[in-house]
Design a protein around this ligand. Structure first.
Ligand code: PMP
Length: 284
């Protein structure tokens, strides 16, 4: 597997970053994940815009190399050969001569890009596959979850508890309000109304979330960005997650509550998945 670090394509086994990189020392870094289907980047402009937004919120000046990001990624995709890939882009504030909260004026941002084979969404091949198991967790994250920061401790810790968290995803809540997953956004269906929490600083505004919101609205479905309470979850007919690598996947269980069993053809998540599949077919 090839990677790209600061101007050079380097094999995964040989790539090295300095331990004085601020990404390593402080988690002073942001990232982006872009899917490529059939060697084509999906929603690249939207991902680039979010990366620029993350950088500007944490005051890393937009590096010049971002102008060439698309051709750089395309070269990496070609080198790594898989038809479908997930591309990870990490940008840190750079390497400092010594550890200090205040970055050295001489350091410049580190750019690291890697890719892995993108696993095909299992619900495409088998829509009857049992949905995901989710656990509710109190949101202890910071107040700028709209930044796609690499600092992900609260998203990771629950999966490493001694009692072993045997779930596919966590759904964070803040007081009574439902926020998002540890690695995905959530949608909820009540009768024929599809809802997802509104854009704010408590969630990462997912590119996949926005894609489905827009496309479902265009197709005439009733979709709303609206605050959802933890107690409302019991009334939901469907719950789904969305993300760039998972696309859209249904939830079967949240804590001890099971979602109603429905034929997959009647489910909104499946209709949304079909919209995406059609678009990807048209693109290839
Ligand atoms: N929320 C969080 C916390 C995430 O980590 C992710 C992506 N991994 C998402 C939402 C979904 O974002 P996107 O659709 O842009 O992948």
């Amino acid at each position: 597997m090839w990677t790209y670090l600061n101007g050079e394509f380097i094999l995964k086994e040989h790539v090295k970053v300095s331990p004085f990189d601020r990404g390593f020392l402080f988690g002073d870094s942001v990232y982006e994940v872009i899917p490529a289907y059939n060697n084509k980047l999906f929603l690249f402009d939207e991902h680039l815009a979010r990366l620029e937004s993350s950088l500007s919120i944490i005051n890393i000046p937009i590096p010049d190399f971002l102008k060439n990001l698309r051709p750089l990624i395309m070269e990496l995709v070609k080198k790594n050969q898989f038809l479908n890939q997930a591309i990870y882009i990490q940008i840190t504030r750079g390497v400092d001569p010594f550890r200090s909260h205040v970055a050295s004026s001489s350091s410049s941002p580190t750019l690291f890009i890697s890719s892995t084979e993108l696993e095909i969404n299992p619900y495409r091949e088998n829509p009857m596959k049992k949905g995901l198991k989710v656990r509710l967790e109190e949101d202890i994250r910071w107040k700028r979850c709209d930044v796609k920061a690499t600092t992900l401790l609260p998203n990771i810790i629950p999966f490493h508890r001694e009692d072993g968290l045997n779930v596919d995803e966590i759904l964070f809540y803040d007081e009574e309000k439902v926020c998002e997953g540890s690695k995905s956004n959530f949608f909820f269906v009540f009768d024929d109304l599809i809802m997802t929490p509104p854009k704010d600083q408590n969630i990462l505004v997912g590119i996949t979330r926005n894609y489905f919101l827009k496309r479902l609205q265009e197709e005439g479905f009733r979709v709303l960005e609206k605050e959802i309470k933890k107690d409302d979850l019991k009334e939901a007919d469907e719950i789904w997650i969305t993300s760039s690598t998972k696309e859209i996947q249904p939830v079967h269980q949240i804590d001890d509550n099971f979602l109603p069993e429905k034929e997959y053809e009647d489910c909104y998540w499946y209709k949304a998945l079909m919209i995406l599949e059609e678009e990807l077919k048209g693109d290839s």
